[in-house]
Design a protein around this ligand. Structure first.
Ligand code: 13P
Ligand code: SF4
Length: 321
């Protein structure tokens, strides 16, 4: 514990010395979230992280999350140095949507408006008309649908399917999935709900259709946290990464939060409600990023590619504003 508080103190000083600010996602370790809050940084969903990084005056951004979050920050502010605790923090949605294959898919459907989830590489974003996050995807597709546009959606099939069902829009879906959310099991969730009939079920829309169907609230991480404050229930079953419990419990210390089940029917889960890449972010790695920086921790995005990807990202931020 003493060692940890020493590391925290060193990071606090480094953030000041280096004119850096810590931008963390709700799925990161509680120590990181607490540190971001204590040092004037932010803990947020992926849309708010992008906005905060763009607007904050610091010269360096330390992005604690996964690669696409660091890349988004770099694309939006190419003049800032964007560092990550580890460059190995990927995302299964990003990995499951290789740029060349995606370009072929787009070429085959030139009549469709290309909408991609923020959980993608810079190259995939560069090919898109729009980038969205889960907090505003529904509104945007609704808006495009009202204008009569047909959508090509990538990469998350569950989020895409959810939006198509809600809006009735014509959406052609790339078949990607998140290794964490794909593991939630409906039968086991029904059993859990029977044990806690008073509980409200909160679901991130990267979860399968039969999980979303049981939800009292569906939304981005920020929206789920908000729902946990606003719904009158005392107990919540939460189908998303367990990192989110830190903020939920902090805001509602008297409420009870339970992890939605991931291993129904005797199946074993691979990621058990915690993203293996988010888990790579640690205090030591943040200190390293601030001291070594450069080669091992800095995010680089090809300049021409970055310029192209900035267009749909700017559109996203403007639409969500
Ligand atoms: P949010 O935009 O809801 O923070 O989601 C990001 C993410 O990676 C969810 O798995
Ligand atoms: Fe990607 Fe899933 Fe991890 Fe979110 S939880 S970063 S979607 S792998």
């Amino acid at each position: 514990a003493e060692e940890k508080s020493e590391t925290i103190n060193r990071i606090k000083q480094l953030l000041i010395d280096e004119d850096a600010v810590l931008v963390a996602h709700y799925y990161t370790d509680p120590d990181i979230q607490a540190l971001a809050e204590a040092t004037g940084g932010c803990v947020a969903d992926s849309l708010e992280m992008a906005r905060f990084g763009r607007d904050h005056p610091a010269k360096k951004l330390i992005v604690a999350g996964v690669r696409f979050m660091g890349e988004t920050a770099k694309i939006l502010t190419p003049h800032k140095e964007v560092l990550m605790p580890t460059l190995k923090a990927e995302c299964s949605l990003d990995l499951g949507c290789p740029p060349e294959k995606f370009a072929e898919f787009c070429d085959q459907h030139p009549d469709r408006t290309v909408v991609v989830y923020a959980n993608t590489s810079a190259a995939v974003k560069a090919r898109a008309d729009w980038v969205v996050t889960s907090s505003m995807a529904l509104e945007l597709v609704d808006h495009l649908d009202a204008k009569g546009e047909k959508i090509l959606w990538a990469p998350d099939k569950h989020l895409g399917g959810y939006i198509a069902r809600e809006t009735g829009a014509d959406m052609l879906l790339w078949q990607g999935a998140c290794v964490v959310h794909d593991e939630f099991k409906a039968k086991a969730l029904q059993d859990m709900k029977k044990l806690h009939p008073e509980a409200a079920i909160l679901v991130h829309p990267e979860s399968p259709e039969n999980i979303v169907a049981m939800a009292d609230a569906v939304g981005s991480t920020s929206q789920l946290i908000k729902a946990s404050q606003e719904l009158p229930n005392e107990t919540f079953i939460v189908a998303t990464d367990k990192g989110i419990f830190y903020k939920m419990q902090q805001l509602q210390p008297n409420k009870t939060f339970i992890e939605a089940p991931t291993a129904g029917n005797g199946a074993t889960c691979r990621s058990c409600a915690h993203c293996p890449w988010m888990a790579m972010n640690g205090l030591k790695a943040i200190e390293e990023a601030l001291t070594d920086g450069g080669e091992t921790h800095e995010i680089h995005v090809d300049e021409a590619l970055g310029k192209k990807a900035m267009v749909p990202l700017d559109r996203m931020l403007e639409f969500a504003a």
